[in-house]
Design a binder for this molecule. Structure first.
Ligand code: NI
Length: 158
């Protein structure tokens, strides 16, 4: 496993659309392992492959609860329900946070890293994280979607 370089604000790749994963081969498994390690290194709750420079539809999420890291390959949001106004950040935009409207609940379909098709409901923070990461796969970044005037720069603590 290895920590990969994060693509940061201003990098044009963040605006590109990612491609479907056709086969979950060894390269994809290595990518997933590296993404999880990179996400943990920077204490992120989610990472999309594009953020490490790979335009593939792969997402890792970890809410640091008992579910452990979740891997979503080729995710599709089938349904959105309700709204939540939440604070959001992104590993590609260090120390920047803003308020954003996300669905309160979603139904998402994806393939897990073993190749199994999964259809599940997500709400609250998990719904927020999945929507944020699926946006990355479309080349969309949260700073373009925040409620106007709410984007802040927060000084790092150390
Ligand atoms: Ni992000």
């Amino acid at each position: 496993m290895a920590i990969r370089n994060l693509r940061l604000e201003g990098d044009e790749i963040l605006k590109k659309k990612s491609r479907e994963v056709e086969a979950i081969d060894e390269r994809i498994q290595t990518l997933i392992d590296d993404m999880i390690e990179t996400m943990h290194k920077y204490n992120g709750v989610g990472l999309a492959a594009v953020q490490v420079g790979i335009l593939k539809r792969v997402i890792t999420i970890d809410l640091y609860d008992d579910k452990g890291p979740i891997v979503l390959i080729n995710p599709i949001i089938l349904k959105e329900k309700g709204e939540q106004e939440v604070e959001e950040g992104c590993l590609s935009f260090p120390n920047r946070f803003g308020k954003i409207i996300r669905p309160a609940e979603i139904v998402v379909e994806y393939t897990d890293r073993t190749g199994k098709k999964v259809k599940t409901k997500a709400k609250e923070l998990l719904a927020q994280a999945i929507c944020h990461e699926v946006d990355h796969l479309e080349g969309e970044v949260f700073v373009d979607k925040v409620i106007p005037g709410t984007l802040e720069y927060v000084e790092p603590e150390n």
